[in-house]
Ligand binder design. Structure first.
Ligand SMILES: [Zn+2]
Length: 298
């Protein structure tokens, strides 16, 4: 059975946990949090730890209430399985990866009703900079008149890019670790994915071997590191480095054809890195396109 994510499962975030615990004990939960710092993966885990704790009757009954969900009650079980009906994540779509205004409007309609079963329903945004223009304004209106029994948790790697009006309506919770610096656990995950991508574009493949489709591998990347731009950038960066190393090694072996192929692949990876970073290409779609290019370099 999957286990619920609690603060105890998240390394190095004792200070953030204490701040959250104090807020909980003082019964002063804000309507909205902004999570900054840490890696994208840690921020996602913290969102789950907060959402499960404020809905766990066992944790709330303790004196003072525990910051960690019990992991055994019905609510915890639903959070662990990812089936809690009052936990919603607003995700970006399309080439820009931005949250569509329709997505925010649908959420606002739902917010007019009380939560299905949660003490406090949670609306999470894994990367709040994906909220821009009309979508950000619509969310802002909701934050100005927050609905009952609702907590917004906006996570971001770039708090400076958020509208000041949104920031001023949220309580900031700072996580340990630099925004872009992956934790050891994240690094291990990123390196494993880069190795897998390298194996994926292995030219000496047995032709009878079933070839993993690029879309499956792209989905696996998203599943392992999350759908945020930052995480994908790190995976692509690690892949480009390995490809460049492999090209260098092939050149030293006088295998010019292999060196050229891997150099082209490394260039393709860096180009997509740039598209994602500067032009906001959608991380999952960009990764999938890149994988196609890596398999058959021009
Ligand atoms: Zn529980």
């Amino acid at each position: 059975m999957p286990t619920v994510t609690t603060w105890q499962n998240i390394a190095d975030q004792g200070r953030a946990r204490d701040a959250f615990a104090r807020t909980l004990a003082a019964d002063r939960m804000p309507h909205a949090y902004i999570l900054t710092g840490g890696s994208a993966h840690v921020r996602r885990d913290v969102i789950l730890a907060i959402a499960s704790a404020i809905n766990c009757p066992v944790a709330l009954q303790q004196q003072p209430p525990s910051a960690d969900a019990c992991g055994r009650c019905e609510s915890c079980e639903k959070f662990a399985r990812g089936t809690h009906p009052d936990f919603h994540v607003l995700t970006g779509t399309g080439a820009s990866g931005q949250v569509a205004i329709e997505t925010v409007r649908d959420m606002i309609v739902r917010l007019a009703l009380l939560p299905n079963e949660a003490q406090v329903r949670v609306i999470a945004v894994h990367e709040a900079t994906a909220l821009a223009g009309p979508a950000a304004n619509a969310l802002l209106k909701t934050l100005e008149e927050p609905p009952a029994r609702t907590l917004f948790v906006l996570a971001t790697a770039a708090p400076d890019q958020l509208l000041p009006t949104i920031k001023s309506r949220c309580q900031r919770l700072r996580l340990a670790g630099r925004e872009d610096e992956p934790s050891n656990e994240d690094s291990a995950r990123i390196n494993a994915l880069a190795e897998r991508i390298l194996a994926f574009c292995n030219d000496a493949r047995d032709p009878t071997e079933a070839v993993e489709p690029a879309s499956d591998l792209a989905a696996a990347v998203a599943e392992k590191v999350g759908e945020t731009k930052n995480a994908h950038l790190l995976v692509i960066e690690a892949t480009a480095e390995r490809l460049a190393d492999r090209a260098r090694a092939a050149a030293l072996q006088h295998d010019t054809a292999a060196a050229r192929r891997d150099a082209r692949r490394a260039t393709a990876a860096l180009q997509w890195h740039f598209s994602m970073r500067v032009h906001n290409a959608h991380p999952v779609l960009a990764t999938e396109t890149l994988l196609g290019e890596l398999r058959d370099p021009l």
